[in-house]
Ligand binder design. Structure first.
Ligand code: B3K
Ligand code: ZN
Length: 868
């Protein structure tokens, strides 16, 4: 490392010295020498006559101030310092960039044959020298010039205003975006596409042209994205009263993309994974993912674009809120319970793990070296839980009042998290002082609950103690304001009305102190408490439930989430006790009563199949690992496998009956059909561990008329290592080897293959014609699944898994630092493993730290991990 990268601190925020009100951009596109001319209208805001612009990897061709060549400038480590400037001026900067060589996929780059951009968070500075910060909002006019035959479509933000032909087969298109925006929302795309068109009329009568651009030949995979877009536009009008504000909305699907998608104003750029789908190429999970991501990016138009962030420390202002909105969208359109379950799984699994890792940070981070490292589960998913808590505390009506005030006050400006809290407070006349701590305090709080029933006094006392363990970034923790949703059940399944001090009280208790007691009156018999209903706060719950109470809740709880949660708590008890049993040399087993509880759910006639499938899904190895200070990787894996096998053996008949009864002849993607397939394929994942497994998987693969069933068959064969595995894998690869996106599912199965020789298989797979380390989707599928979903081999005690990860990371460091930095996360959690493993992981981290070209993305994480 030449010079260690420096952190930026939230407390050091300063408003900009200048602003740029308008920018006129011209791109002359050429593969390795694109010329960018940027003409900006600059205004001084304080007394400084020096303007410092951000720039990264640019070749400066010329610099003019008010049309005159300007010599008062110097290039700095981070850009350009221009001095002796007038108060207001026109700045013309010409730069040259090399999109062809850009494998980091940030700024302007080439994805296969097309040009595209990614500017969030700080990619615009790789295009031109600029005030590349979200609190500088300018109106953009963009002219794109390129070869007409190769790039018939030239796109940018806003509305197309002019176009024309040029010599040498080139053409140009000019765009104007009337909405002032920060540079991170700028986008440009040039290429040859098939276009899927539709239109939408907003509530107030604006006609919006909808265009989805896909690689040639993929038109038959764009329909679901379009349906999802139209549904999003409608939903945002109905639920939030928010309408679209331009005459055109474009989405471009590209194959090389670092994340899911990007909400650039009027021109979203998407990872093709979240656009392309038909029944032969995509699974139900893919379809639901497309709906969620299309919705998410669309919803950003108000929460992110119209109201943007003042600085990057405020990222959760737009991301937490927009995740909340996309979760609500998916829940209103589909199954609320299943959506909630899946979101909670992410919080309790990887988000809690992030809190416990060297990268722990509050949803509004205090210090950042590389901003791209903070697009995290904490900022997004925990951020969304924080928004959900406002909703729980204020109700839908109060929440919407707060939203309305927030948008009214801050439309067209760059706001802060504090502005959002203030809007919620002012609109509802409430004091959220203590609630604000959720923005500044990191870590996972624990709620410890104790109860006492007094038959004489007919009272039931609930004592709640909250505590948050110190995290890597923050030692001192304070009590938070935690909405704690509870219900009390009588033995007959009826629900008690909650009364305290002679008055009826709400189901949502306000936990604000370190320890608090609630005395409920008029309680005749010892009730069964249903606690933290709907996961009303992102906390760990400790309560000593008996098996009987949990099986009771699995049947009687009024809401599905609580039933599922009771089932998970029951499983958790037996996973823990079996890990202990195994460690002391005993057998793994589940008592008959527990098996019966799951049998009951499986046979239930009222429950939705999609929900039953969730109840039957064991927690992941990663989630279970989070329960321990030091995790016994092999014991956890063995227990999870043994419980799966035992449930499969004891419930074989029921599972087989369900499996056969849920067969569907036609493939449709309505939620009922998706639910049936989910349950049927969950049954198959169990049956794979029985005698019928091989035959069922092979037969399902051969008869499948859709990708969901195909992949479910292969996945069952992979996990249970069935005899048919190799044949199915070979057949699939033969069929899809020319289609990287479809091959990703196959790569993910290779990466998570539990076979002993998996590392050899992966190395061989890296030679597959569809694989390339330069493509983030391919890398995440094959390598990411090895690191995240193959615990036994990744954590092999001989260190082979870690060494392999180290090699890949060293290579990716120069190819694509952002992808490398995502991939490294499992290695940061070294503190969770035994001394031997810790030592082996450290060796790999040290090797990375010693690299002289270590990117700051990896630098930030590696140094934190090694210092912890
Ligand atoms: N805002 C983008 C994420 C940008 C990530 C930059 N490394 C997508 C989204 O959250 O909608
Ligand atoms: Zn987002």
């Amino acid at each position: 490392m030449a010079q260690a990268p420096q952190a930026k601190y939230r407390k050091d925020y300063q408003s900009p010295s200048h602003t740029i009100t308008d920018i006129d951009l011209t791109f002359e596109l050429h593969d390795s020498a694109t010329i960018v001319t940027a003409i900006s209208q600059v205004k001084q805001l304080n007394e400084s006559t020096t303007l410092e612009l951000d720039g990264d990897g640019l070749t400066l061709k010329s610099l003019l101030v008010d049309q005159q060549q300007w010599n008062h400038f110097e290039t700095t480590d981070s850009g350009l310092k221009i001095t002796e400037l007038p108060q207001q001026f026109t700045l013309t900067v010409v730069t040259e960039i090399d999109p062809q060589a850009n494998t980091a996929l940030e700024g302007l780059y080439k994805s296969d044959g097309a040009y595209c951009t990614q500017c969030e968070a700080e990619g615009f500075r790789r295009i031109t020298y600029f005030l590349d910060r979200p609190d500088v909002l300018a109106k953009y006019t963009t002219t794109v010039i390129a070869d007409k035959a190769q790039y018939p479509y030239l796109l940018s933000n806003g509305n197309r205003v002019e176009q024309g032909e040029m010599t040498e087969g080139r053409h140009w298109v000019k765009w104007h975006d009337p909405h002032p925006k920060p540079s991170y929302l700028f986008a440009l795309v040039a290429g040859d596409f098939d276009v899927f068109r539709d239109q939408y009329q907003t509530r107030s009568g604006r006609n919006v042209a909808l265009e989805i651009f896909v690689d040639k030949g993929n038109l038959d995979r764009a329909n679901h994205a379009m349906v999802s877009l139209i549904n999003s536009m409608k939903w945002d009008e109905e639920r939030f009263g928010l309408e679209y504000d331009l005459d055109i909305y474009m989405i471009v699907a590209v194959d090389f993309f670092n994340m899911g998608a990007m909400e650039n104003k009027g021109l979203n750029v998407f990872n093709s994974k979240f656009v392309l789908a038909n029944d032969q190429t995509a699974t139900d999970t893919d379809y639901l993912g497309i709906e969620a991501v299309i919705g998410h990016e669309y919803f950003h138009n108000w929460t992110g674009n119209r109201v943007t962030c003042r600085d990057w420390f405020q990222l959760s202002l737009k991301e937490g809120l927009t995740v909340f909105r996309d979760q609500e969208f998916s829940s209103d359109l589909g199954s609320r319970a299943v959506n909630r379950i899946n979101n909670v799984r992410i919080i309790r699994g990887p988000q809690f793990a992030e809190d416990a890792s060297p990268m722990s940070h509050p949803i509004r981070p205090e210090q950042v070296i590389e901003m791209n490292n903070f697009y995290t589960l904490t900022v997004y998913e925990k951020g969304s839980e924080v928004i959900r808590m406002y909703h729980t505390l204020l109700g839908e009506e109060g929440f919407q009042k707060g939203m309305q005030l927030y948008v009214e006050r801050h439309d067209g400006t760059a706001a802060t998290c504090e502005d959002f809290v203030k809007a919620m407070e002012d609109a509802n006349g409430v004091d959220l002082s203590q609630f604000r701590l959720w923005y500044s305090q990191s870590g996972t709080p624990t709620l410890n609950v104790e109860t006492e029933f007094d038959p004489q006094a007919q009272t039931y006392t609930l004592t709640v103690a909250q505590s948050t363990e110190a995290t890597h970034d923050q030692k001192e923790k304070l009590p938070l304001h935690i909405p704690f949703d509870i219900e009390l059940y009588n033995a007959d399944g009826s629900v008690l009305e909650l009364r305290c001090n002679g008055e009826k009280v709400s189901n949502v208790l306000d936990i604000t102190q370190e320890k608090q007691s609630f005395v409920f009156e008029g309680v005749m018999e010892k009730p069964v408490p249903s606690l933290l209903r709907e996961f009303s706060a992102p906390v760990k719950l400790e309560y000593d439930y008996s098996d009987e109470e949990l099986t009771f809740l699995m049947v009687h709880a009024r809401n599905e989430f609580a039933r599922w949660d009771a089932g998970q708590m029951l499983l958790a008890k037996y996973i823990r006790s079996n890990v202990e049993a195994l460690q002391s040399g005993n057998d793994v087993s589940l008592p008959a009563s527990v098996v019966d509880a799951f049998r009951g759910v499986l046979l239930s006639e009222e429950l939705e199949p999609a929900f039953i499938a969730e109840v039957l899904s064991l927690p992941s190895h990663n989630e279970v690992s989070g329960w321990y200070k030091t995790v016994d990787v092999d014991a956890v894996a063995q227990v999870l496998k043994a419980l799966k096998v035992q449930l499969a053996m004891e419930l074989t008949d029921e599972l087989a009956a369900i499996y056969h009864s849920l067969q569907q002849t036609e493939y449709t993607i309505d939620h009922a059909a998706i639910g049936k397939r989910a349950l049927r394929n969950t049954a198959l994942s169990y049956l794979a561990h029985t005698e019928q497994g091989n035959q069922l998987a092979e037969q399902q693969y051969q008869r499948a008329n859709n990708m969901t069933d195909t992949i479910a068959a292969m996945s069952a064969a992979n996990q249970a290592q069935l005899a048919c595995r190799e044949t199915l894998m070979a057949d699939y690869s033969q069929k899809w080897k020319h289609d990287g996106l479809v091959m990703d599912k196959w790569f993910a199965l290779q990466g998570s293959n539990p076979a002993e020789n998996v590392l050899d298989v992966i190395k061989q797979t890296m030679q597959h014609e569809a694989f390339s380390l330069k493509n983030p989707n391919r890398t995440r599928s094959l390598i990411g699944s090895f690191l995240n979903a193959n615990p036994v081999h990744f954590h092999a005690i001989d260190g082979s898994g870690y060494r392999f990860a180290g090699e890949i990371l060293r290579e990716l460091n120069s190819v694509n630092p952002q992808v490398a930095s995502r991939l490294i996360d499992p290695l940061l959690k070294l503190g969770k493993y035994d001394q031997t493993r810790q030592g082996l992981i450290k060796i790999e981290l040290e090797k990375l730290r010693a690299m002289d070209n270590l990117a700051k993305d990896l630098f930030e994480k590696v140094t934190k991990a090694l210092e912890s």
